[in-house]
Design a protein around this ligand. Sequence first.
Ligand code: SAM
Length: 278
Amino acid sequence: METGLYIVATPIGNLGDMSSRAVEVLSGVDLIAAEDTRHSQRLLQHYSIDNPLMAYHDHSDQRAQQRIESTLAQGGSVALISDAGTPLISDPGYRLVRDMQSMGYAVRPVPGPSAVIAALSVCGLPTDSFRFEGFLPAKAGTRANQLQDLQSEHATLVFYEAPHRIVATLAAMSEVFGPDREVVLAREITKTFETVRRGTLEQLLTFVANDANQQKGEIVLVVAGKPRGEVELDEATQRLLRRLAQELPAKKASAIVADCTGLKKKDLYNYLLSVKGD
Ligand code: SAM
């Protein structure tokens, strides 16, 4: 086995997704660094891999990194794995990869499953351009601010979300992006209860809120970007609409301006949603 640090992807649910190269590399390295050794032990036992195993995560002390480095310094090889999927994708390893590269060691990818790519591959939304946001902040206010920053992003948006926060997150997204924005819930990908459901934020919020089973397991949310063809309102209309919305509900303000200008009420309402909080 060539010396170097191997970043090895492992299955996100279905063991059949383990690549033969991943097995070969994990069986051949001198040391395996795992996010959670107990968790990874099950996967390694399945393939009868009993190479030396150590814990490595973002809060590991210097000794863990030194052990990896000294193995590489002696011309050995090390594999990094996380609990599931591709290491470094909302998982530990960034500092290790960077440090080993700056010390001149080879860092080699062994690609494979990752929930973000699996979800994109079945979402049925444009994937030519996407923005991966990982986990949103847990605090409602910070989360709303982050969503607001993404409101006018045209690229498809991908989020990881914890099951106990899924209803609150869909509600917050509906608030900020508008209830008509398309979203895909990709849950338990490659597992028994795999669910892929596309709808508007309003539809998906109702679906998830009314079914406790949809609030379980592992979840990726893929949200359509802001449509490029959305009407651009002239300065005067924007000002009028914003001023009216200070006095009236957004729906009423949109209806009045639509009456006076002949513009579509829905476009005006969407504009107001997009500037909400500005
Ligand atoms: N490194 C992993 C990867 O490449 O996908 C992601 C690790 S991150 C700590 C775990 C999150 O990924 C979960 O909370 C969930 O949002 C998503 N995830 C992982 N496996 C999944 C699956 N089978 N179905 C849906 N989402 C999954």
